[in-house]
Write a protein that binds this ligand. Structure first.
Ligand code: HEC
Length: 249
């Protein structure tokens, strides 16, 4: 992550050499915040993923996976992936507030889904990382209001949930940047732009299929997966989607 931030700072200083330091500093801060929100979301999804066998066990009716327990696991997963905890002294107040709100949203979602997670006699409950992430992003939107947005989107031909459809900006970044063979894998795209007339910092972070995704998103295309959706025919390393961050100014 540090590397990405550094890269971002370098890009900034080359594309806007004349801009006042304050503007560059604001954008660098926003890039850091965007990376952090994406990393917290990923940590949350990884905890759901690591708990998937437990969640899918039809015989354990008290799985002990409360919001509080989940919270501790997310902090740990984040620490392991990023070398520092998601919350620490030294975060800017806005970054702190957004991160806390996102973690709160996770606790709310896990607490609200206890009945499903603990359902007796049901093995596959549909409580998977992608669904969890969508619920968390919705809950985050409820809590934070109109100052920021976190969304998972995808190339339009891959979208399963219509809520995830890319908007015009997301679509053009996916089509023109991420799908371009010269785009460095994993590199985010960000810029200052407008959302419905409101100035905003927007950032899109590409995600790719790993082996674990292909039981649902892999081959043969069209075959129904365990969630009831037709598989996309995706292959290892293909562009799968993107985490989209908007910080309104
Ligand atoms: C158990 C099956 C399953 C697995 C495994 C799985 N997904 Fe999904 N994925 C889904 C379902 C179902 C949705 C729709 C979720 C919803 O209702 O919002 C989805 C949604 C998504 C989305 C959001 C866009 C959309 O289509 O709605 C992305 C991006 C995505 N998956 C990528 C991945 C990646 C990357 C992996 C592996 C790390 C993965 N998925 C693993 C089933 C799966």
């Amino acid at each position: 992550m540090k590397k990405l931030i550094l890269k971002a700072a370098v890009v900034l200083s080359t594309i806007c050499p004349l801009s006042p330091d304050g503007v560059a500093a604001q954008t660098a801060e926003e890039v850091e915040t965007g990376n952090r929100l994406a990393a917290v979301l990923r940590a949350g999804r990884s905890v759901v993923s690591n708990s998937q066998d437990l969640i899918n066990n039809p015989d354990i009716t008290d799985k002990g996976l409360s919001g509080d327990v989940f919270y501790e696991q997310v902090i740990e997963a984040y620490l392991e992936a990023n070398g520092e905890p998601p919350l620490h002294d030294g975060l800017e107040p806005l970054e702190q507030k957004l991160t806390e709100t996102q973690l709160d949203a996770m606790v709310t979602v896990i607490d609200a889904n206890q009945e499903i997670i603990n359902a007796e006699g049901v093995a596959f409950k549909g409580f998977i990382p992608a669904v969890f992430a969508r619920l968390v992003n919705e809950q985050f939107a409820d809590k934070i209001g109109t100052s920021a947005m976190v969304k998972v989107t995808a190339p339009s031909e891959l979208v399963r949930n219509r809520m995830a459809r890319p908007d015009t900006w997301e679509n053009s970044v996916i089509e023109e940047k991420f799908k371009d063979s010269s785009w460095t894998e994993g590199q985010p795209f960000f810029e200052e732009t407008n959302v419905s007339g409101t100035p905003a910092f927007r950032m899109l972070i590409p995600e790719y299929y790993s082996e674990s995704c292909l039981s649902c998103h892999g081959s043969p295309a069209g075959e129904t997966d365990v969630t009831g959706f037709p598989k996309e025919g995706g292959q290892l390393g293909d562009l799968a989607g993107a985490i989209s961050i908007t910080l309104f100014r």
